[in-house]
Design a protein around this ligand. Sequence first.
Ligand code: ZN
Length: 294
Amino acid sequence: MPGLLRFVMRTPCAAMALGLCLGLFVAPPPRASAQLRSLPGTEAGKQQKPFRWPEGKRAALSLSFDDARLSQIDRGLAVLDKCGVKVTFFLSPDNVEKRLAGWQKAVAAGHEIANHSLTHPCTGNYAFSLHNALENYTLEAMAKNLDGGAAEIQRLLGVKPVTFAYPCGQKFVGRGLDVRSYVPLVAERYIVGRGYLDEAANDPAFCDLAQAAGMGFDDMDYQQMLKLVTEASAEGRWLILVGHEIGERGHQVTDTAALTALCQYARDPANGLWIDTVEAIGKYIRQQRAGAIP
Ligand SMILES: [Zn+2]
């Protein structure tokens, strides 16, 4: 037996060292593409079909209104129906009862009726939510709040909501080390979970539909709204706008004149926009990603 081999056979540590050295020479260097494939969250190496909006459209737009504010029925419905667009209303059940006949008309007109939780919990840092603060919730309590909201909508309007908007756009429960995201509760129940006060429109090929971005359009004039739409359109995105009251422009009020002009722009075929509910566009994105739509 040659001297070196004899030495290796007697000393396990040296045997391991030799093995490692040989391994370095034998094993091929890792390829960049393989490294990328192994990184979580990357799609490298996967042949993805480019995302396509239907009928040659360039981008998509959803208009949504939260909290079942009374002006949505008193002022908004007539404006929207005249424009001929379908929007998504994320309802707070307490307010629905104050305009029940109006909400029944909204259902009959084909607007989407969606969930916004039973009691609208937000951070207790907002004074209105101090006694209904996300910091004091558990995931179990939040799940009950989500399901309670949906059950009330079903009881009042006979509609089972399939999309959800996070109250105040906030997605957590608890404090500090005990903070938990409640996005998974939404992901297992809804086609889309919509955020609020986000800063970009959604990339339809990539975005997480359980936390789709929503951008405010209260207190804007038409030019400001149009800027958001044209920026989203240039990148082929899905813009979800979020409003509250509908009336004369102001804090948490979407302006009726600007809204009318925006709807006309969105419906003009020359602008290449698909305007529809959060449900309709969310479903299309899921089907397109699954390859169900050529
Ligand atoms: Zn709200």
